[in-house]
Design a binder for this molecule. Structure first.
Ligand SMILES: Cc1ncc(COP(=O)(O)O)c(C=O)c1O
Ligand SMILES: [Zn+2]
Length: 439
């Protein structure tokens, strides 16, 4: 480690130091000592400035430039991502009070407001494009269920970098269309996400092109760790409970890293209870967790998980049938006192309709899964009186335009004025709540 450099990477397995991303890329993104691809970024900073920076008024996560692995500000590629608002959704608080007698604070992290592509993948893509620009990378490739692909496609195009995107055959047409519109190459693989990842890895090797190394990718983790800074800025504390729809799980990995990183200035922070939600069409992590729970979490429980071939889910973004990161996530969840929850995807639209009615916000499918997790967590008694709950909604409906079509419920087909009369908007409320509450 050179003391005059801003950051370095440290291997999680053997602590070998890689001085910067240029060398990391030359090493093919693995540790030359032990071969592990899991390294974390650390900074030669004492973090004294961070509390001051956190008091600022950011337009993007680049507010935290000193704690991001980029040397020159001129290389930043940004579209106002990562400074999205936390919103207090009182209708969820009222529900928790009325039905369960709980006084809780519910905050929703509105990732649909990200400027890049309107998902929580935008911060990673922004940092990736900037790092690639700094290190003169011209070709990149990524396998993704859709949102990472779209986001990387956009930011890398802005930086003038070629990005080949491998998507599974169930990925949404809207994702494919956007990637294509940006001029990036789409390779739609005949098979599931696991197969897309396999072919992408072979492509990377064949042409010696850098590839995204998944949920532990230090670029993704560094970008997403700024969520911790943002919550401190907006809440002045961290939430007690964190709810997210999970596919691979960069969220909890990055939150944990962010908290460890700033221990010297915020010694009392700890991980929130991680509540990780999967749809019943693709729930390998939930299955693994339930099995471990039944057996009393034996030593090494985190290494046991099912692999689902070609998972059939209505939420292609969450279709990770082979949850290779489960061993890491399961330990984080266990240590946080959290859990994995399953939701019924047949009810996704009911949650989305309720939110659209109560908050006038149209969620995308993966966010509806996340929202369902809040109701499930209440039902299972996982949220306690006085707690602050953060619901991390990863996307809005522009990522899945067909989803909104399923939300139509007030239409009457009319032929003459006799069939038309004024309506009362509040009359719909009861039916929407009943749909969500019923089993
Ligand atoms: C909107 C949304 N929610 C949740 C997830 C799951 O994120 P992760 O793969 O980091 O678990 C994704 C991933 O694609 C997503 O796009
Ligand atoms: Zn190593």
């Amino acid at each position: 480690m050179k003391d005059d450099s801003k950051y370095y990477l440290k291997c999680v397995k053997c602590e070998h130091i890689t001085p910067d991303f240029g060398v990391w890329f030359e090493q093919n993104q693995v540790c030359p000592e032990c071969g592990s691809n899991h390294s974390e970024v650390w900074y030669n900073s004492d973090y004294k400035e961070l509390p001051l920076i956190i008091k600022g008024n950011p337009i993007s996560f680049w507010q935290y430039f000193y704690y991001l692995p980029l040397s020159k500000q001129e290389n930043v590629i940004s579209r106002n991502e990562g400074a999205v608002s936390l919103q207090n959704w009182w209708f969820l608080e009222d529900f928790a009070k009325e039905k369960y007698g709980l006084d809780i604070n519910v905050q929703v992290y509105r990732n649909d407001l990200n400027g890049g592509t309107g998902t929580f993948k935008d911060v990673a893509a922004s940092l990736a494009a900037s790092i690639f620009k700094e290190h003169d990378i011209k070709q990149y490739c990524v396998a993704s269920t859709g949102n990472t692909a779209t986001s990387y496609a956009r930011y890398l195009s802005i930086a003038g970098i070629n990005c080949s995107v491998f998507i599974p055959d169930n990925a949404l047409k809207a994702s494919e269309a956007m990637i294509s519109a940006f001029g990036q190459q789409v390779l739609r693989v005949k098979g599931d996400y696991s197969k897309a990842k396999k072919i992408a890895a072979e492509y990377s090797k064949k042409y010696n092109i850098l590839i995204s190394i998944g949920n532990i990718d230090p670029i993704r983790v560094e970008a997403k760790k700024t969520m911790v800074f943002e919550w401190l800025r907006q809440l002045d504390r961290l939430p007690d409970v964190y709810i997210q729809a999970i596919s691979g799980g960069t969220g909890p990995i990055a939150i944990d890293k962010g908290i460890r990183e700033i221990k010297s200035v915020y010694p009392d922070l700890k991980n929130p209870k991680f509540i990780m939600v999967q749809p019943d069409g693709c729930d390998p992590m939930v299955q693994a967790w339930e099995n471990a729970e039944k057996n009393g979490f034996p030593d090494g429980f985190e290494k046991e998980y099912p692999i689902l071939d070609n998972p059939q889910t209505a939420v292609p973004t969450l279709a990770t049938g082979n949850p290779a990161t489960y061993p890491i996530i399961a330990k984080l969840v266990q240590n946080s006192g959290g859990t994995f929850l399953r939701m019924k995807e047949s009810k996704m639209i009911d949650y989305a309709k309720l939110v659209a009615f109560e908050r006038k916000v149209i969620l995308g499918p993966a966010s509806a899964v996340c929202m369902a997790g809040f109701f499930e967590a209440l039902k299972k008694g996982l949220i306690k009186n006085g707690e602050t709950v953060l619901i991390n909604t990863g996307e809005g409906v522009r990522r899945a335009p067909d989803f909104v079509n399923e939300m139509i419920y007030t239409t009457k087909n009319v032929d003459s004025i006799d069939e038309c009369k004024p309506h009362e908007i509040d009359d719909y409320r009861k039916q929407l709540w009943e749909a969500v509450i019923k089993d």
